[in-house]
Design a protein around this ligand. Structure first.
Ligand code: MN
Length: 259
């Protein structure tokens, strides 16, 4: 992997927010040819109902991303909970490679576990149930076979239900569950995680208990714990956010919409 890598997530691009699209185009112009890879960690779009749902916004974004890729930066696209129906056809138009979660990124500073982040919010049982349903291949095939008008109606309903539920859920329920964070890191044998989704940009440092199988007593100078890090990308509602991964480590950065 190249030495300068950028990661963004949660742009929630939508026709009603041309300012966010404009900021993405500017971000791509400013970083053209100056990084080796761009990771988009989910929720690039506010909603995605299938690659056959053509729109000016989808065209604009595909053109900008494919030009950015053609100028020398590999683009990796991960699904979020709003745009998990982006398919191979659209990602090809973007000059991007679709990647599965979890994705382990090798860097000069070690490896980093990349996720969208919604799978960490295990306290939200209703949401996890919904996620399990809509992430199943059979459900997706059936859904994508429906006329677009039906898919739009489903998306509207899902959104209303989610907004109504969000209004009454405690703040903490919609954040990550720390045990889930530990489990994802332990299962993938990583100590650094980068994700979006929660719209709570921050860098968290914590002690990660070693998984039992990795913790024989003779190799246990630090009482079975290692230093771990969780970096959370911000959403692009009021400003832009990105993570810059370089030889210096991972840095979370923000910038205003208007320069
Ligand atoms: Mn999300």
């Amino acid at each position: 992997m190249p030495s300068r890598i950028l990661a963004i997530s949660d742009l929630h691009l939508d026709q009603s927010r041309p300012d966010i699209t404009a900021t993405l185009l500017r971000f791509l112009r400013e970083n053209r040819s100056n990084c080796g890879a761009l990771f988009i960690l989910g929720d690039l779009f506010e909603v995605w109902l299938g690659d056959d749902d053509s729109s000016e916004l989808a065209d604009t974004v595909a053109t900008a991303l494919s030009e950015f890729a053609a100028a020398g930066t590999a683009i990796y696209l991960m699904h979020g909970n709003r745009d998990f129906l982006i398919g191979d056809a659209y990602s090809r138009r973007c000059g991007a490679s679709l990647i599965d979660e979890p994705y382990i990124l090798q860097t000069g500073q070690g490896s980093v576990l990349l996720l969208h982040g919604d799978q960490l919010c295990t306290d939200d049982g209703d949401y996890q149930q919904f996620r399990q349903m809509v992430r199943a291949d059979s459900w997706q095939q059936e859904f994508l076979a429906k006329p677009l008008s039906d898919r739009r109606a489903f998306a509207r309903q899902a959104r209303q239900r989610s907004q109504a539920a969000t209004a009454v859920k405690a703040d903490a329920i919609m954040d990550v569950n720390q045990d889930a964070v530990h489990r994802w890191l332990q299962d993938s044998q990583q100590a650094i995680m980068l994700h979006g989704h929660t719209h709570r940009p921050a860098t968290h440092e914590f002690e990660l208990p070693l998984a039992p199988q990795d913790d024989p007593p003779r190799k246990n100078p630090s009482h079975g714990k290692i230093q771990a890090q969780r970096i959370v990308l911000g959403d692009w509602d009021q400003q832009g956010w990105f993570a810059e991964i370089s030889d210096e480590g991972i840095e979370l950065k923000q910038f205003p919409f208007q320069s």
